[in-house]
Design a protein around this ligand. Structure first.
Ligand SMILES: NC(=O)c1ccc[n+]([C@@H]2O[C@H](COP(=O)([O-])OP(=O)(O)OC[C@H]3O[C@@H](n4cnc5c(N)ncnc54)[C@H](OP(=O)(O)O)[C@@H]3O)[C@@H](O)[C@H]2O)c1
Length: 291
């Protein structure tokens, strides 16, 4: 039995679909959900649903009984310790003798407490350390930045604005499509050889925002410039344009960390897991601009 947490979320749903495509029978997959209503779509596919919450250890222990492999998708909480939530899941898995945990973390070039992203990355570091020390077989997916979210930085109106405005300087970022990560996860959950391994999950090459501006220029014929403002000006501009302050701060923290090169990692790990190249930034942008 494979159990997928975060199964009502975007990455979890996609991974379950890939597991089904790979011939895993629906009744051999369990989805963890906090909410019966949200899980109805999964139930309709014949997936077992267990109700559980990362904050409720007993609910996780009840849900993980009989599970062989666990896909632990990191929580999306911003206001509490995600590490404690993940540690609850690891403790429950240990209690239930789960054999293998696949965990989704973050790609990072270095572990620097002064990084503006430390508040996010530290939870992954603490979770991964705890998982490795638990003695349970693990596989770590160190995911790049979701390519699906690139347009949040580029701006949906980029062809009118003719400018990409992000304080990422010349920093390169490894962008990766959620569905490529999901396919990689499904491959790891259904094949051997991934025991106690850590993978950087991304495209073969990281790209900078000036390269992205050039790609959009080439694709659309509209000249796009790239401007890297001061971070404070960027935050202020986001807030003035209706982005809630907390999210404006999160977007800025990512952009400043991009400038520092936190996700400037080239990798062929996902290429190998997929036996093909992941969707590139230019392929994604061509699709966005219908070219
Ligand atoms: N690499 C990147 O660029 C990037 C970007 C954003 C996020 N992430 C991380 O990747 C994860 C997966 O991405 P995604 O796009 O699938 O996110 P998502 O759509 O927001 O899904 C997150 C899932 O986590 C579940 N969850 C949250 N708190 C929980 C709790 N206390 N107990 C049990 N389940 C809980 C949610 O359940 P409900 O459906 O009940 O809310 C949802 O199913 C995110 O949670 C986040 O940690 C990565």
């Amino acid at each position: 039995m494979i159990l997928v947490t975060g199964a009502t979320g975007q990455l979890g749903k996609l991974t379950i679909d890939f597991l089904l495509q790979k011939g895993i029978v629906a009744n051999q997959i369990t989805a963890l959900s906090r909410n019966t209503e949200k899980a109805k779509e999964l139930e309709a596919k014949g997936i077992n649903v267990k109700i559980g919450d990362y904050d409720d250890l007993a609910s996780l222990t009840a849900a993980f009984s009989g599970v062989e492999k666990l896909l632990l998708i990191s929580s999306n909480e911003m206001t509490k310790s995600r590490a404690m939530q993940h540690i609850n899941a690891i403790n429950a898995a240990k209690e239930c003798s789960v054999k293998h945990i696949v965990y989704t973390g973050y790609m990072r070039k270095e572990e620097n407490p002064s990084s503006p992203l430390w508040f996010l990355v530290k939870d992954h570091i603490d979770t991964e350390k705890y998982l490795i020390e638990s003695g349970i077989t693990y596989t770590l997916f160190e995911n790049g930045y979701y390519l699906d979210m690139l347009m949040d930085y580029v701006g949906q109106n980029v062809l009118d604005a003719k400018t990409i405005f992000v304080p990422a300087k010349d920093g390169k970022v490894n962008f990766v499509l959620r569905s490529d990560i999901a396919e990689g996860l499904a491959n790891v959950l259904t094949t051997g050889g991934h025991e106690n391994k850590s993978y950087n999950i991304g495209n073969e090459k990281a790209v900078s925002f000036s390269e992205i501006a050039q790609m959009i220029t080439d694709i659309t014929g509209t000249p796009i410039q790239y401007v890297s403002p001061e971070p404070q000006l960027y935050t202020k501009t986001l807030i003035e344009n209706g982005v809630p302050e907390m999210w404006a701060n999160v977007f800025t923290a990512f952009a400043v960390a991009f400038a520092d090169g936190i996700m400037n990692i080239d990798t062929t790990d996902l290429t190998k897991l997929l036996s093909r190249k992941p969707t590139t930034v230019i392929e994604y942008l061509k699709n966005q601009f219908n070219k």
